[in-house]
Design a protein around this ligand. Sequence first.
Ligand code: BGC
Ligand code: BGC
Length: 740
Amino acid sequence: MDEKQLLNLMNTLSVEEKIGQLVQLSGDFFNEGAMAVGPVQKLGINQGMVQLTGSVLNVLGADKVIKIQSDYLEKSRHKIPLLFMADIIYGYKTVFPIPLALGSSWNPDMVNLCNQTTAKEACAAGAHVTFAPMVDVVRDARWGRCMESTGEDTYLNSVFAKAMVEGFQGDFTPGESLASCVKHFAAYGAPEGGRDYNTVDMSERRLREEYLPPYKAAVDAGCELVMTSFNTVDEIPATANQWLMDEVLRKEWGFDGILITDYAAIAELIAHGVAESDKDAARLAMEAGVDIDMKTSCYANQLKPLLEEGEISLKKLDEAVLRVLKLKNKLGLFEDPFRGASVAREKKLSNCAESKSLSRQAATQSLVLLQNLNDTLPLTKEWKIALIGPYANNQDLNGLWAVYGDKSQVVTLKTAFEEILNPDHFQFTQGCELLDSYEGLGDFGFFTKEETLLNTDEDKKRELNKAIELAKWADVVIFAMGEHTLQSGEAGSRTDLNLPAIQTAFMEQVLPWVKKSILLLFNGRPLVLTDIKDKVDAILECWFPGTEGGHAIVDLLMGYANPSGRLTMSFPCAVGQVPIYYNGFNTGRPQKTSTHSVRFTSRYLDCPNEPLYPFGYGLSYHTAEYSNLKISNSVLRSGEQVEVEIEVHNSSEISGDEVVQFYIRDKVGSVVRPVKELRGFQKIHLKAGEKRKVIFTITEDLLRFHTRDMKFEAEEGDFEIYIGKNSEDYLVTNFLFEKK
Ligand code: BGC
Ligand code: BGC
């Protein structure tokens, strides 16, 4: 349809029919089970409105979608197809690593490909829109949703935001692409105390400098939808925040797609205390420019009276409806309301060999080697290997947001080892439980807690003894430990970020018998590893690696692949340090350079300022040396560019990938500037012995920030450049920026 036809169609709709387009319900309203994650409530929507609903939440599967769509269209007066929206965050049936892990790959092209694959699989299952990417900047490991983000850095998240949106959307080919919804707008990743849904409050400058750019990058990449966040922004909940939605998103950024709420967020304006009633809440959301109400009855029941009373205008309603119709049209739903959904195609694509192979590659690049004392890794086939721990033979490797992931396809560590080693060289046992108690974790839609396997004291003792026997037998013990899936993800905030006590206590009992030890970690956030790191030889951060996790991990452990992942979130020494991130401000009394006596510098009495593992950190099996940092000109003028070049030498006999990281520091600004900011990176492959020059180009654009009077511009003066392996290990040079 062209724009005129769409307008004509809209003008033939009754007010109720228009409102229906702005209502999103879950599948239970259509007699099909939906995956419910947020609080399910009795909505109080009449059947008439259900039949007018414009979109459906979290129902997928070609059979279900085709049936709901057919039934709906049969009864519909205007035959406007339903939009099927779902949380397809890092995979459909084939699950890729969690986004925090994907971020660690520093490989946006690969992540783009993962999303293309996911889009194809999910289209076959009937999806039209995905609630991804989540690009919230995350700096507080207490927050469970760190797992959904690519990390703490504004620039890196922006790069991934673009790659992810482009991967999902492609060129909108029906059957191969999804419309993408960036979330959670805005600053959801900065809740006070790391507690989910809690207050977010920061200066406008900080919001614009550090938190907004990744969403903007997604919008600039053409994402079709934006989701409002649950939190407040300047004491106004995002869902009712006119400044944020209208002034910034629509007017400044020119976003003309659909603004949808997060789950039930309009009704929650009442609990926030900015609305008295559903009606008041609907009015506020409408005024802020929210188009679709996810899962409340506020729009369904209140927009009509608000219109009749003149509280909202027909123009505003029409604008919202037109946006929804435009997306349906762009997706080609008027021509084909099923858009590639097919039971046969879904079956063929789900977990197909190609997707699995990409998932394995993604997991391989996402794992981060944190410690490797005495070159414990890689292992050799001659060694006797004991694999011990609650993740030794556990298919829960998908993490919490793999809503549709097919757990039965997950390759466990045990399976992967047994494919290459016989029992003379490989033995395994569970050893201990994941947690002492599963109380308090709550339920999370699709994810159900497994029953405890080691019920009695006798069971526990037997397992411990078996673990000790294996430790005595083995040349090396691999401990497969970590968080329970429900300990991270939405509403998974925690204050204790150590490994669960039952696991460390178990390790203490086995370690005395161990010759060499490797700790594999499965978790959705940075953990505090300060104590445990001194007790083991090697640590490999595995995150939740997805369908092919077992294979990818074993590939790295055996040296069939060389680790290349680098952290995108700092790992704290202690919870008391969080929020902790590499690009803070210097303060007036920086610990290392202040002229004040030690007592009076900015520091902790009982803990270093630095994290245990910094942003950008990760080891490999090869060794790389960085040298000869050179700058083409020590002065940069507006409109010109300078180049910085560094030489990277793989001085080992193993080929491998390096993530060459490029940071800038603005030495003096009209407002304080971060101690460094990532401004570029290159992931390069170096053969054994290879030397390569890596070049970064600096232009005025890289130097812009929100100045004292809130202009976005570069200021003249001295800049430092750091290029190296991570945010704490680099070479330094500098230049002067002058405006002509
Ligand atoms: C989450 C969103 C998600 C939505 C729909 C909410 O609880 O915050 O990230 O997209 O549910 O399932
Ligand atoms: C303290 C002030 C104090 C001043 C003079 C500073 O270090 O922060 O509270 O008044 O010294 O002694």
